[in-house]
Design a protein around this ligand. Structure first.
Ligand code: FEO
Ligand code: CA
Ligand code: CA
Ligand code: CA
Length: 620
């Protein structure tokens, strides 16, 4: 067992701490959904024992204000907002949406999401940031109602990745527009496909008969980083950028990824045939991957890593296993999709980054099957191998190669019997290197749709609050085919619901409740930072939960405290720290009021920096 779980029995004590009698009284909702879980007579509410030594800030209340609120003794400032120039010669931001594609290509992209910091020295670092998608209502004066070819180019330049250098001057980090590595990677940046699907017929297009050269990346949701200094960016809802005016038959595989031959809201296909599924049916197969980028070399070619499978990638949580294999945990954010794990064929060699850089090219992909224990919200689990020729991934079942297994990883996961999950979002590995956490954000289809019955790991029908599952690989070995899991937290609303799981687990109360956990990450001390992307109506089932927010959890005691509340309409997503952990960088995506400038200003997606007024480590 781990450092923070000293004895074997601590694991089940933690489970019981999280899931009190309240947690196990399933109530009618679960019974109606055919749940099999019953009251656990042993589990006791021991919430009063939650006294975290890790969390040394005063929890804040919920908020519906159009600003960032923080605990006493903390302040926030803006690092950069959508449209800020990231090169010395770039035009200043124009708030009226009248700048064209050339300006946007030299400015910070829209909708900041996952980000990683790569320290260069004490006071200089590289920041790589995902720009997930773009808000036409602010990007264009016409709000997307009169699109032109250049508008499409502008939208394509507003997504992707922004890489900048940041410097600390007088204790304050600022972006350096003269930074050596500053770069925009957009929907039109040339990249290479590597791994088992590279060059496969399904990846070939008229413009690229090799099936290996792709233009761009988009819907870059969350991220990861490697110990060899590269940035991982994850392509999530790529399907929303494809469409057609012409109705054509869409294959069941394409349907499962949400590809449609209809007008897409971004309208790229009206001006760029690449995105017209009737004209270029294979183009969509070239998206839905994890892309590896060297942020230190602004001329480097990004690499699409097909060995990590094609789905709606949320983030990529990488850990070097004790034996040197590199393991990457991956969530597929869609109702009823799955959690995956990649294990590299080669081993990490400290000091040999030339070799390490190939580690994500070849390996084995697995998908999680959660096994349920009777009457318990915990259990064992197994990793099912997604290798052509094994586990029914054969010609008879419609798979003709390893490339097809990777391109249609979702279908392969179904074939092997993976557990359908409540929208897996971020995965994070505890600094003890043994415990892995994954947010399951919500799932209105649970208990309703075929194949998505209520089970112990997804224990609520029409789950609109979400939960965080945690697992530990057998013997602490991430290459092991088995694991043990429990639920760290079940979000809920104890003001509205009592006596059933919609009230949440026992570490959720009226003072710290929230819905839809999404971004998560650990700091060096093992605090679990939890960001939300949920319902901020503050009404009905969500009453008292306010705007989207960030909380901090102590994995040992289970205690959760609210640390930050975001402005109106935003989700809080993206999290990284300066090396000394004294500045926290947090993403405020798609605010809809007037953040950050206030007044009558249009809202702008923004990275904020949180510092402690006394200059200490955040959260300490
Ligand atoms: Fe881009 Fe699943 O969040
Ligand atoms: Ca997310
Ligand atoms: Ca989102
Ligand atoms: Ca989300």
């Amino acid at each position: 067992m781990s450092n923070f779980l000293k004895k074997e029995s601590d694991f089940s004590n933690m489970v019981n701490a999280r899931l009190s009698r309240r947690g196990f009284l399933m109530g009618t909702a679960m019974a109606g959904a055919g749940a099999f879980l019953a009251v656990n007579p042993i589990a006791k509410a021991i919430a009063s024992s939650m006294n975290s030594s890790l969390l040394n800030f005063e929890a804040i209340s919920t908020s519906t204000s159009d600003s960032i609120l923080l605990p006493k003794g903390y302040s926030s400032s803006t690092l950069m907002s959508w449209g800020d120039p990231i090169f010395a010669n770039a035009p200043q931001f124009n708030p009226n949406g009248q700048q064209g594609s050339k300006a946007q290509a030299l400015q910070f992209g829209d909708n900041t999401d996952g980000m990683s910091i790569f320290p260069l020295s004490n006071d200089r670092a590289i920041l790589a940031i995902n720009n997930e998608y773009t808000n036409y209502e602010y990007l264009f004066a016409h709000e997307g109602k009169a699109m032109t070819a250049d508008d499409v180019l502008k939208a394509q330049a507003a997504v992707g990745i922004t890489i900048v250098e940041i410097v600390r001057k007088n204790g304050q980090w600022i972006m350096d527009p003269a930074g050596r590595v500053n770069r925009r990677i957009t929907a039109n940046t040339e990249m290479l496909v590597t791994g088992p699907a590279a060059g496969h017929d399904l990846l070939k297009t008229k413009a690229d008969p090799s099936g290996k050269k792709v233009l761009g990346t988009f819907n870059n949701c969350a991220n990861g980083e490697t110990p060899w200094g590269t940035y991982l960016t994850c392509e999530e809802n790529f399907n929303s950028f494809f469409g057609s005016d012409k109705e054509v038959a869409v294959s069941p595989d394409d349907k499962r990824y949400g590809i449609k031959s209809e007008q897409s809201k971004y309208q790229w296909h009206n001006f760029d045939d690449r995105f017209d599924v009737a004209k270029n049916p294979n183009e969509a197969n070239r998206f839905g991957w994890v892309v590896e980028i060297d942020p230190n070399d602004p001329t480097s070619t990004p690499l699409k890593r097909t060995a990590l499978g094609r789905f709606k990638h949320e983030n990529a949580a990488l850990i070097v296993n004790d034996d040197g294999h590199v393991v990457v945990y991956l969530g597929d954010d869609e109702r009823g999709e799955h959690i995956y794990k990649f294990v590299s064929k080669g081993k990490y060699q400290a000091g040999n980054n030339a070799e390490n850089r190939n580690l994500l090219e070849e390996g084995t992909l697995y998908v999680a099957k959660f096994l349920m224990k009777k009457d318990k919200l915990e259990g064992d689990g197994e990793w099912l191998e997604l290798t052509y020729g094994k586990n029914g991934l054969t010609k008879e079942n419609g798979f003709n190669s390893q490339a097809e297994v990777m391109i249609f990883a979702r279908r392969a996961a179904t074939q092997v019997g993976a557990t359908t999950m409540d929208r897996p979002e971020w995965v994070a590995v505890h600094p003890d290197k043994k415990h892995v956490f994954c947010t399951l954000t919500n799932n209105k289809h649970r208990g309703i749709k075929e194949g998505q019955d209520v089970d112990a790991v997804n224990p609520r029908a029409q789950n609109h609050y979400g939960q965080i599952v945690r697992w530990e690989p057998t013997k602490g070995d991430h290459v092991s085919a088995s694991f043990q899991w429990d639920l760290y937290l079940i979000a809920g609303n104890p003001s509205v619901h009592q006596g059933n799981l919609y009230a949440g687990s026992d570490n959720i109360n009226k003072d710290n409740m929230f819905n839809s956990p999404d971004g998560i990450g650990f700091d060096k001390a093992g605090r679990l930072w939890i960001q939300t992307d949920g319902n901020y109506s503050n009404k009905g089932d969500f009453s008292g939960q306010g705007n989207n927010q960030m909380l901090c959890g102590d994995p040992k005691t289970g205690e959760v405290r609210r640390f930050l509340t975001g402005p109106i309409g935003c989700e809080i997503t993206g999290l990284t720290f300066s090396d000394d952990q004294k500045t926290m960088f947090v993403g405020v995506q798609h605010p809809s009021g007037h953040f950050p400038a206030g007044g009558n200003h249009k809202p702008r997606s923004t990275i904020v920096m949180v510092t402690k007024d006394s200059g200490g480590v955040i959260g300490s």
